[in-house]
Design a protein around this ligand. Structure first.
Ligand code: ATP
Length: 239
């Protein structure tokens, strides 16, 4: 499809919300309007595409949102979109509005859904990586990761005050779904004693060393950063 053939697009946010999604919605909308392309926002991601939850976006609708967290279009995880029937319904709703292309702001799951849809129906999708997980192939950066990292660091700095004052060890569980990148980056930035992520299971030896050597000989407090999906997280929680 040529650029000049595109008269109308839709934009949606999908998967987990990530800081910066609103800035991306604003940028997509303003760039489209500047090129005389009509823009529809779709509420609640693929769910809204199936349930016909569309709204036309005008210049003023996306004013004042650049620094706002979350997403003004809301987001969702949608089982129905993983079925052909669901995607077919979504296609009909897009066609009804003569939508020529869709911009999806989301993570790897959202991109898988978009790729599946585009392989079945003649509406192209563009993906903008928007996830705090930073786990998208082909890019080192995803919208939201850096802000999430800074949020974790701020929170852990305060936890460290208490850890030091009371001589305690804190296990901090970070978000990041299947990926340990947020735990790794925030653990490094905070000076965590041990970082436990699913990609590096051998780090449990470090935990053992910290508890049985460092804590006995020199340290009185510390932070152990654990990724959300760390396999033995449950066991750690029950300690
Ligand atoms: P985050 O990184 O924040 O978790 P994500 O985009 O990876 O975001 P997912 O829940 O994995 O979040 O995916 C979002 C949605 O994309 C799913 O709820 C589903 O509707 C759709 N989706 C994911 N995988 C597929 C697939 N293989 N086929 C069709 N749709 C899919």
């Amino acid at each position: 499809m040529q650029k000049k053939d595109i008269k109308c697009i839709a934009v949606l946010t999908s998967g987990g919300d990530a800081p910066g999604m609103n800035a991306a919605i604003r940028a997509v909308t303003r760039a489209a309007l500047a090129n005389n392309v009509k823009v529809f926002g779709i509420n609640y991601g693929f769910q809204g595409m199936i349930e016909n939850d569309f709204l036309e976006l005008h210049y003023e609708d996306i004013g004042g949102i650049i620094g706002l967290g979350g997403t003004i279009l809301k987001t969702a995880r949608c089982k129905k979109f993983t079925t052909y029937e669901g995607r077919e319904k979504a296609y009909k709703n897009l066609k009804e509005r003569n939508i020529d292309g869709v911009v999806v702001i989301g993570g790897d799951g959202s991109f898988k859904g978009a790729a599946q849809f585009s392989s079945e129906f003649n509406i192209p999708f563009i993906g903008i990586p928007g996830t705090i997980d930073n786990d998208i192939t082909g890019t080192e950066y995803t919208i939201g990761f850096d802000t999430a990292l800074n949020t974790v660091v701020q929170a852990v700095d305060k936890i460290k005050d208490t850890a030091r004052s009371h001589g305690r060890i804190f296990f901090v569980e970070s978000m990041g779904r299947e990926a340990g990148l947020l735990a790794l980056a925030s653990g490094l930035a905070c000076g965590a004693e041990v970082i436990l992520i699913p990609e590096m299971l051998e780090q449990e030896e470090e935990l053992d060393r910290f508890i049985h050597k460092d804590l006995v000989n020199k340290k009185t407090s510390g932070i152990i950063m654990v990724a959300k999906n760390y396999p033995s997280l449950k066991a750690i929680k029950n300690c």
